[in-house]
Design a protein around this ligand. Structure first.
Ligand code: NAD
Ligand SMILES: O=C(O)C1=N[C@H](C(=O)O)CCC1
Length: 233
């Protein structure tokens, strides 16, 4: 497979290693806002910056190149990307987190939220920890976790940098050098606590998931998620 890397930072470089080890070829490395001929690639993988993700994704869809995006912090334009993909019969996957472990954690989180939804003695809270170079907060993964809880409880929204909240989910975002990504959801009562936690030990899991998604999407049209790729039910 000929792969275009849209973003050649920490993730772009990790994806390159894994893609090559799986027999793929990197034909484009785009790391600044510049013109490229995206049609040279069979598939594009965007791990860029919040301000450039939508343009990168649109360019792929317009040119009928399937695109995988892991960039976070641009989701105000997600519905526009979906609409464009449907109009142009393109192929597109966005995931806030491409690792297998986190995608299982997402499902566990929804199940737990459902079980806890009627238990008024428990207060929910969430924490995400990432490296100090991260541009956005809360993390895309924390937002997906919050959405999973909102779908399965009476919580209405999430709130950043709050430790408690009556009607919403308080999220604390911490920035500590070199941390690849740690997410914890707590349910605390007077008598006990329940905690679920995912800790990434490196970026390899994110990168492998993105390459697997790129392999999976080839020849398909539509808007998909990692649940489709991993066949999680
Ligand atoms: N979904 C996931 O699994 C996952 C995992 C890790 C990181 N991320 C997200 O991926 C993104 C990238 O993370 P990173 O750690 O590699 O960041 P990074 O800062 O190391 O890399 C981003 C790169 O994008 C480049 N860039 C700037 N403008 C561009 C443009 N117009 N087109 C293409 N590239 C451009 C920058 O020069 C930079 O090198 C972030 O939004 C991060 O939150 C997602
Ligand atoms: O390093 C990052 O930046 C990460 N971003 C994603 C997020 O915002 O959830 C996934 C974890 C790593």
């Amino acid at each position: 497979m000929k792969i275009a890397l849209l973003g050649y930072g920490r993730m772009g470089k990790e994806i390159e290693k894994i893609a090559i080890s799986r027999g793929h070829e990197i034909v484009i490395k785009k790391d600044v806002d510049t013109e490229i001929d995206i049609t040279l690639a069979d598939v594009a993988i965007d791990f860029s910056i919040p301000n450039s993700a939508f343009n990168n994704i649109s360019n792929c869809i317009e040119n009928k190149v399937p695109v995988i995006s892991g960039t976070t912090g641009w989701l105000d334009k997600y519905n526009d990307a979906v609409k464009l993909c449907e109009e142009k019969k393109g192929a597109f996957i966005y995931a806030s987190n491409f690792s297998l472990g986190v995608n299982i954690f997402f499902e566990l989180n929804k199940q737990l939220a459902k079980m806890m939804s009627n238990l008024e003695d428990y207060n929910i809270s969430m924490e995400e920890i990432h490296h100090t170079k991260k541009l956005d907060a809360p993390s895309g993964t924390a937002i997906t976790l919050a959405e999973g809880i909102i779908e399965n409880s009476t919580k209405k929204d999430w709130e950043l940098d709050k430790t408690t909240s009556e009607e919403n989910i308080p999220i604390v975002a911490k920035r500590i050098p070199e941390v690849p990504g740690t997410h914890t959801v707590w349910y605390n009562s007077e008598v006990d606590s329940i905690e679920i936690k995912h800790t990434a030990h490196s970026r390899q899991g994110f990168a492998l998931g993105a390459v697997v998604a790129a392999e999976w999407i080839l020849g398909k049209t539509g808007v998909f998620s990692m649940k489709d790729v991993l066949n999680i039910s």
